[in-house]
Design a protein around this ligand. Structure first.
Ligand code: NI
Length: 133
């Protein structure tokens, strides 16, 4: 599956952005609020190899990143890789067959133009996101 983005949990997008700019990323989609998930999201893209990263900052409770940030003493850290699919239900089925369990029902993601996403995890494979493009 093609990688759509690597997501970083960050305590502060404004200061994280400076570090990633230094590392060769530029803003692809400026910060926006996802009021469904109580987070702020900014997408950046690496100018040399095109890798897209998603900076995710807590913006109210509950949210999917506060606990992870606390475990890391507030240090920015990658927490999922998102893969593209043309058929979300089919991809979820294939992931299930390979030991990834869905965390909740597929839902639209405001920051990805309302595309449907699903999060799944496995002990060995970690957390992944699927986005229907
Ligand atoms: Ni993501």
């Amino acid at each position: 599956m093609k990688i759509h983005h690597v997501a970083y949990a960050v305590a502060d997008i404004e200061s994280a952005r400076k570090k990633f700019e230094f590392l060769g990323y530029e803003v692809e989609q400026p910060v926006m609020q996802d009021t469904d998930r109580n987070i702020k999201i900014e997408f950046m893209k690496h100018t040399q190899n095109g890798l897209r990263i998603e900076l995710v900052e807590p913006d109210g409770e509950p949210n999917p990143v506060s606990g992870y940030l606390e475990k890391n003493n507030g240090m920015s850290a990658p927490y999922h890789i998102c893969y593209e699919t043309e058929d979300l239900e089919k991809a979820i089925g294939e992931c299930r067959q390979n030991g990834f369990l869905p965390l909740q029902k597929p839902a639209p993601a405001m920051a990805i133009h309302g595309c449907r996403v699903a999060f799944l995890f496995s002990k060995d494979g970690g957390m992944i996101e699927l986005v229907e493009i």
